[in-house]
Write a protein that binds this ligand. Structure first.
Ligand code: SAM
Ligand code: CA
Length: 244
């Protein structure tokens, strides 16, 4: 406390972080040591613009953006999909990782927020990789699943939208991702609320989506069509590699 002259631990400024690490100071250390010094200028600019937006809590954090960018390069992804764009931080980290002829089918019900990030994505020279479609993802996925040519056509799919639909998405995405391809489900640790006692004072939206995230995690854990790994990056991301 200030009165005793004790130093306060550093409070991180990262809007997309949900405090899964043991301390804010440790998270700040990761950002300052390994993430910010390597963050491309365009991602920094988008992160700063997004931080001023009233819904900034929704953005992907800088460390998760770095993780996605490296993962996409490791798996040589070329044809990808993103469900849930917001202002485009994870989209930009994906676009920067893909080869010149790489593609991202980007789905969101809200174009306005995508347009906040679009000038920065254009300036970074990667907008040509993005096919943005405004509207709910589920009907479009249904259309795609009906086209057998699209089966097994995606190398990577990032799901970061309405958590109450993740299992509906999974049912469809499993046909669209190629064998050996990866689906990443974001926020699978849901603010740490998954292990909170029933009477814990959770924000309304956290409480509402919690049961859906619990159900998703249970279902993925026993799905024989995928190998999984749940990582405590950002708010938790579960990677699913399709094996059959
Ligand atoms: N990946 C984004 C980023 O890096 O900033 C964050 C996405 S934000 C957590 C969730 C997004 O999902 C919102 O932009 C919201 O409009 C979108 N969304 C919600 N329901 C949707 C639906 N049914 N279909 C497509 N997008 C949806
Ligand atoms: Ca997220």
């Amino acid at each position: 406390m200030a009165a005793t002259g004790e130093a306060q631990p550093a409070k991180h400024q990262e809007v997309g972080h949900k405090s899964l690490l043991q301390s804010d100071a440790l998270y700040q250390y990761i950002l300052e040591t390994s993430v910010y010094p390597r963050e491309p200028e365009s991602m920094k600019e988008l992160r700063e613009v997004t931080a001023k937006h009233p819904w900034n809590l929704m953005t992907t954090s800088a460390d998760e953006g770095q993780f996605l960018n490296l993962l996409l390069k490791l798996i040589n992804a070329k044809n990808t999909m993103e469900i849930g764009v917001y202002t485009g931080y994870s989209l930009l980290s994906t676009a920067l990782a893909l080869p010149e002829d790489g593609k991202i089918l980007a789905l969101d019900i809200n174009r306005e927020n995508y347009e906040i990030g679009l000038p920065i994505i254009e300036k970074a020279g990667v907008a040509h990789k993005i096919d943005f479609r405004e509207g709910p993802a589920l009907p479009l996925l249904d259309e795609m699943v009906n086209d057998v040519k699209l089966h097994g056509s995606f190398d990577f799919i990032f799901v970061d939208a309405d958590k109450d639909n993740y299992l509906n998405y999974h049912k469809r995405l499993i046909d669209l991702i190629k064998i050996g391809g990866v689906i990443g489900y974001d926020n699978t640790l849901w603010n740490g609320s998954l292990v909170a006692p029933p009477d814990a004072p959770l924000r309304k939206y956290v409480r509402y989506y919690r049961d859906f995230v619990l159900e998703l995690n249970k279902a993925l854990a026993v799905d024989p069509r995928v190998e999984i790994c749940q990582l405590p990056v950002g708010d938790g991301i579960t990677l699913c590699r399709r094996i059959s």
